[in-house]
Design a protein around this ligand. Structure first.
Ligand SMILES: [Fe+2]
Length: 412
């Protein structure tokens, strides 16, 4: 949910940014540049210089809070961009859904998934701590974690992926690894990967960030803006991870994913230089999984972005950051309104998306519990949007409404 005066947001090229503009958002992953705060008045010439040199191509400005671009500057309004993203995502919906019905219901799988998640966290914690101490990595330990996660996803894709969203700032690195493992596995299944290839893709997700264990916590968990030196240090983690995994005799997929997980299709990622054509399917997969999980998680320098808003935001970055085919497959896994998303319906009711069982990604099952019109709670009810005359009008930020999505969904 974007808070602004309608009609005041414009996307312009970074070349046309000048002092006095209010930066509403940076187009591109927050992890790819050191401007951790994304909304600010640009009034410092040094920040303007950094902004123009950090690789960002486009920026959203809010003309109600700062200077406007001159009329000769090409600009896209938020409304036009939203229409374009909407039609892009609807293309995914039109494609036939093959895996719409999971063999096991969400709440049936939830408790088993919770146990798998707890074991996975412990295993990753111990492996990463070994790496921090310079001890050899036991890949076999990681394999059994991957197998457990794969089995849970095979029973119900959504249960484990929803639990994987639950992280605290302190255990972010470990639980992000568990989440990326699950997303890589679910995405691999969607893309038709099987057997040892699917296993390696999951393992690669689990271990992709192991190089972070060589970066001091004072930098990894710094709440403010990173200095250029600190950011340069963080950018060494793919190469350092590759070295740890090479020593542990990890397979080629795991090594490739670790080294290239911050690369981009337009060649502007790191450690580079690598062009899009050179990136393997696994490197393209992890780019999507890594960014989605990072954005939907609370970090020490910013709050989690709601999942549906994250899907839309990532769709805006398709020109450059991600492989389009891989991204669309990912949207089929998580949904356009991922489980746990607060949505407003045409009836004025608010509800939380509980399952993606419908054959249409725009029509999930929603548990309604609040009337936005009456501003009052209503009796909770499960509504299958594919079977009733009600539809989603918008996704909402549950934190801004003061609702705890984990309690509403029963995963707290
Ligand atoms: Fe990373």
């Amino acid at each position: 949910m974007v808070k602004h005066v309608p009609g005041t947001l414009k996307k312009i090229s970074v070349r046309n940014v000048r002092l006095g503009m209010f930066i509403h958002d940076l187009c591109g992953s927050w992890m790819d540049h050191p401007f951790w705060k994304t909304r600010f008045l640009l009034d410092d010439p040094r920040e303007l210089k950094r902004l123009k040199s950090c690789g960002i191509q486009e920026i959203w400005i809010d003309t109600a809070k700062g200077l406007d671009a001159s009329p000769s500057v090409p600009a896209v309004s938020l409304e036009a961009e939203e229409r374009e993203v909407e039609s892009l995502l609807r293309e995914v919906v039109r494609e036939e859904e093959e895996n719409a019905c999971a063999p096991c219901a969400f709440h049936e799988e939830l408790e088993r998934a919770r146990a798998v998640h707890a074991r996975a966290k412990q295993a990753v914690l111990s492996m990463f701590q070994d790496a921090r101490m310079g001890q050899a990595l036991q890949i076999g330990d990681a394999m059994s974690v991957v197998d457990d996660i794969t089995q849970s996803l095979s029973r119900n894709t959504t249960a484990f992926l929803t639990l994987a969203r639950l992280k605290s700032k302190d255990d972010y690195t470990y639980l992000h690894s568990v989440a990326v493992c699950a997303f890589m596995t679910a995405l691999g299944m969607q893309l038709g990967l099987t057997g040892e290839t699917l296993r390696s893709a999951g393992l690669a997700g689990l271990l992709h960030d192991i190089g972070k264990m060589t970066i001091p916590d004072s930098v990894l968990k710094k709440p403010g803006t990173l200095s250029e030196e600190e950011f340069a240090l963080v950018k060494t983690h793919p190469r350092r991870g590759w070295e740890i995994l090479k020593q542990a005799h990890a397979d080629d997929i795991v090594l490739d994913v670790c080294l290239n997980h911050h690369e981009r299709m337009d060649g502007r990622g790191y450690p580079g230089p690598v062009s899009g054509e050179e990136l393997s399917i696994f490197a393209r997969m992890v780019a999507v999984c890594d960014v989605y999980d990072a954005l939907t998680s609370d970090r020490c320098y910013r709050r989690a972005s709601p999942p549906a808003e994250t899907v839309r935001k990532m769709a805006e970055w398709l020109n450059g950051h991600f492989d389009q085919r891989i991204f669309f497959a990912f949207v089929k896994v998580v949904g356009i309104y991922p489980t746990g998303t607060l949505v407003r319906l045409t009836s004025g009711r608010l509800g939380i998306v509980t399952e993606q069982t419908a054959r249409n990604l725009l029509l999930p099952i929603v548990k309604v519990f609040f009337s936005a019109n009456a501003d009052a709670p209503i009796a909770p009810e499960l509504v299958d949007l594919s079977a009733v005359q009600d539809a989603i009008v918008s996704s909402e930020d549950s934190a801004q409404w003061g609702f705890d999505w984990t309690a509403l969904l029963g995963v707290a």
